[in-house]
Ligand binder design. Structure first.
Ligand code: FPP
Length: 250
C-alpha cells in the first residue's frame, strides 16, 4: 500500500538510481571485516526496495557490482558475487507477489552458471509484472556498455544492416543495456562520496544528483524521502529556458 505521505506531485522522480556505497567503511567503524558491511548493505537494499513502493517510485536502479569491483581481494569479490543469489533465493517469491519486475543489467561474463540461472529465473518469473521496475546493475560498467553498443552498431554497418548516418541518440540508446528503462531522473549516492563511478554514464545526461552523508547499511526510508525532497526543489530545464525566462527574453 502506498505511503499517504509520499511525494505525489509532478516533481516526484519516475526513475531513481542509487550508488549503494559505504559498506566497507560501515564495517570498519565497527572493527568488523568488510564482508560484514556488505551483508548489512543487503539488508539496506531490502529496506529501500520496500520503501520505493511506498514512495510511489516506478523505476529503481541499484548499483551492486561494477566492472572495476573485480579488482578487490578474492574473498570480498566472492562475498559480493553471493549477494544477488542470496537476494533472489529468499526474496523473489515476495517481490513477484508484490508485482515487482526484476532486471539485472551488466555482463554475465565471470558469473557462475548458478547465479546466471537465478538471474534468468528472476527476470523470467517477473516479466509480466507491472509494479515497481527494479534493476540491479551487477557486473555493470557504463563505459563497457557504451563500447558494447558502439561495437554492435559497427558490426551492423560492416554486415550491411545499418548505415553510419542512421545513428542518432535514440538509436544508440536502444543498443545499451538500459534500452528498456527511462533515463534516471535522480542519481543518489550516500556515503559522502561525490562521483558516478562508471554508473549510467550515457543515461545520466540530465539526471539530478543527490549526495547524502550516510553509509549505505544505515540508509532507510527517511533518507530516501529526504533525497526525493531535495530532488523536488531542483529546477530542471534540460538545456532550455524556464517558461518565465522565455517570456522575458521575447
Ligand atoms: C560499495 O561499498 C558497495 C558495493 C561494492 C556493494 C554493494 C552491494 C550491496 C549494498 C548489496 C547488493 C544487493 C544485491 C541485491 C545484489 P564499498 O564496499 O566500496 O564501501 P566503502 O567505500 O566504504 O569501502
Amino acid at each position: 500500500m502506498a505511503d499517504p505521505t509520499a511525494l505525489t506531485d509532478p516533481a516526484s522522480p519516475l526513475h531513481v538510481a542509487i550508488v549503494m556505497d559505504g559498506n566497507g567503511r560501515w564495517a570498519k567503524r565497527r572493527g568488523m571485516p568488510r564482508v560484514f558491511g556488505h551483508q548489512a548493505g543487503l539488508e539496506a537494499t531490502r529496506r529501500i526496495v520496500a520503501a520505493a513502493h511506498g514512495q510511489g517510485i516506478g523505476w529503481l536502479t541499484l548499483y551492486a557490482f561494477s566492472t572495476e569491483n573485480w579488482n578487490r581481494p578474492a574473498s570480498e569479490v566472492a562475498e559480493l558475487m553471493s549477494l544477488p543469489g542470496r537476494f533472489f533465493e529468499t526474496d523473489i517469491g515476495r517481490l513477484h507477489r508484490e508485482g515487482v519486475r526484476v532486471r539485472v543489467l551488466g555482463s554475465r561474463e565471470g558469473l557462475t552458471p548458478k547465479l546466471c540461472g537465478l538471474i534468468e529465473d528472476a527476470e523470467a518469473r517477473t516479466r509480466g509484472n507491472t509494479g515497481l521496475n527494479l534493476s540491479i546493475a551487477f557486473n555493470y560498467g557504463g563505459q563497457a556498455d557504451i563500447v558494447a553498443a558502439a561495437r554492435a552498431f559497427a558490426e551492423a554497418v560492416a554486415a550491411g544492416r545499418a548505415a553510419p548516418a542512421q545513428l542518432d541518440e535514440a538509436m544508440f540508446s536502444h543498443l545499451l543495456a538500459t534500452r528498456d528503462l527511462p533515463p534516471p531522473d535522480v542519481i543518489i549516492r550516500p556515503s559522502g562520496e561525490q562521483r558516478l563511478s562508471n554508473f549510467l554514464l550515457w543515461e545520466a545526461a540530465y539526471a539530478e544528483f543527490v549526495f547524502q552523508d550516510v553509509l549505505w547499511p544505515d540508509y532507510d526510508a527517511d533518507h530516501l524521502k529526504a533525497a526525493l525532497q531535495i530532488f523536488a526543489t531542483r529546477d530542471r530545464r534540460y538545456g532550455a529556458l524556464a517558461p518565465e525566462d522565455v517570456l522575458a527574453a521575447s
